[in-house]
Write a protein that binds this ligand. Structure first.
Ligand SMILES: [Fe+2]
Ligand SMILES: [Fe+2]
Ligand SMILES: [Fe+2]
Length: 485
């Protein structure tokens, strides 16, 4: 460039470059200095995106796989949320890779053997404490680190779609980390942490061997032996609950029979609505089994099913909210796990999903379904109960659609899917008397005491006739169909 041409062009500096009338340039994304000096190649961006994609996938499956056998109710619920967060973002990372590169994308293969071994070890963690430390002190912080690094290193303008998905993902992953830190503080003693020190060091060394989760450090190259995962992971389908959940085989009070009895006033039915909501703990316990035992489905399947799993967990917590609002200690009520236990241990994944679909599709009719429950709630004139049933119903609309999308085509027509689910459900409902004979439960009628406690809260006298309510699930299942002996 000649000196005169240079003078003509004037002089701009990347350090104090500004837009028209002082407007921020570059749509306000970053300074001109950062835009000129930050960034990486598309190959490097894709490489990191693939590692993040894989990590979110692995984390999703760990959270899901450990819901059923997780005894602590709060963690069951948190794992339901955290699995939902992880799987929602998996698709965004895969989509971004597909935007930038032609196939094959290699999204179904592990980016690094040490990364996989790291997640295998956490998946196989034998105790709650090890699982919590592995997840929330190792895996999730490594994920936060990888997201932050990618955001800092990439050019916000050139690679804006990548920067944006990292930023939005980070918000939820930080929430996961924060909950996890609290869980560790509440549940992991210093002694337990000391006992697990060797294994925790192994996890750190596995990350070092991989050059960190995102592969941005020099890999240590160390060869590390499997510990907890030396025996391959096997999903445990038996639901476990903590000590607040007593008498898990109890099927002594038929909630639906009272709810749909139009001769009974709405207010006492509040208890049955809350009971039915909180009993929905068994749905994440069951749905986790379908997702965990179906590992060849597309990402959209995992996302839809996990979203529903999280909704069902929310319904359980709505019931919990209801009982606390009513001043009732819910641990005095037996929330049976017979449904998730029966489905998970006696039926195929296809049968389990069909049973769920049959039940949910059965909730759509006006007179025996979700709309009716909502009307009962409105009639109690309690705004919380109404809100619980309003959203419970709304979610069910989505769930019926998820069933129509994924399980109906696997079986045939809607009618065939319903019949298939109906028959499968009947298979697990024949043990009522056997559980009693085996001494697993007395099927105690818990209704009178809970009803009396609620009446005290409402400041009313119990209806003497209603105190006598004594109808179990011995001969009638939850959709009020007779159980064939
Ligand atoms: Fe549900
Ligand atoms: Fe529900
Ligand atoms: Fe549902």
């Amino acid at each position: 460039m000649t000196p005169s041409a240079d003078a003509h062009a004037g002089h701009v500096s990347i350090d104090n470059y500004a837009g028209y009338a002082g407007l921020p340039p570059l749509a306000g994304l970053e300074t001109m200095h950062a835009a000129c000096t930050t960034g990486m190649t598309v190959s490097e961006s894709v490489r990191r995106l693939k590692r993040l994609h894989w990590s979110l996938r692995r984390l999703h499956r760990i959270f899901v796989s450990r819901i059923t056998s997780m005894p602590i109710y709060e963690l069951k619920m948190a794992f339901s949320l955290h699995s939902h967060y992880c799987v929602e973002h998996v698709g965004e990372f895969a989509a971004r890779v597909r935007e930038m590169r032609q196939p094959p994308h290699g999204l179904d293969t592990s980016p690094d053997a040490s990364v996989d071994l790291f997640f295998d070890e956490i998946l196989c963690a034998p105790a709650v404490e090890a699982l919590l430390l592995g997840l929330y002190e190792q895996a999730v912080p490594a994920l936060v680190r990888a997201l932050e690094h990618l955001m800092a290193d990439t050019n916000k303008l050139f690679d804006h779609p990548t920067w944006r998905i990292c930023r939005l993902t980070l918000v939820e992953v930080q929430d996961i980390r924060e909950y996890g830190q609290q869980a560790v503080r509440c549940l992991v003693s210093e002694q337990k942490r000391a006992e697990l020190k060797g294994w925790l060091d192994t996890l750190s060394r596995l990350l070092a061997a991989a050059g960190d989760l995102d592969g941005t450090r020099e890999p240590s190259g160390e060869r590390i032996d499997r510990q907890f995962s030396s025996v391959p992971y096997k999903y445990d389908p038996v639901p476990v609950r903590d000590e607040r959940f007593k008498d898990p085989y109890n099927m002594g009070v038929n909630a639906e029979a009272m709810l749909f009895n139009t001769g009974i006033k709405p207010l006492p039915k509040t208890i049955m609505l809350y009971f039915k909501r909180m009993r929905e703990i068994d749905v994440p316990e069951m749905m986790a089994s379908i997702i965990a035992e179906n590992d060849d489905k597309p990402w959209e399947y995992d996302r839809d099913m996990t979203r529903q799993l999280w909704d069902e967990a929310r319904h359980a917590m709505m019931g919990e909210i209801g009982f606390v609002h009513l001043g009732i200690d819910w641990s005095s009520i037996p929330f049976n796990f017979t449904w998730s236990l029966g489905l998970n241990t006696k039926l195929s994944t296809k049968e389990r999903h069909a049973v769920l679909y049959t039940i949910e599709q059965g909730l759509m009719p006006k007179t025996t379904g979700k709309e009716y429950e909502w009307e009962v709630a409105l009639a109690t004139a309690d705004s919380l109960t109404s809100m619980i049933q309003d959203y419970d119903w709304a979610d069910e609309v989505l769930h019926a659609r998820i069933g129509r999308k994924w399980i109906v085509p696997e079986i045939g027509s809607q009618a065939e899917a319903m019949a298939f689910g109906d028959a499968a459900w009947s298979k697990i409902l024949v043990d009522w008397k056997k559980w009693k004979d085996d001494g697993l439960t007395e099927h105690r009628n818990w209704w009178p005491e809970v009803y009396r406690a609620a009446c005290r809260h409402w400041g009313i006298e119990p209806d003497p006739q209603l105190v006598q309510y004594n109808l179990s699930y011995e001969n009638t299942r939850a959709d009020l169909k007779e159980i064939a002996g």
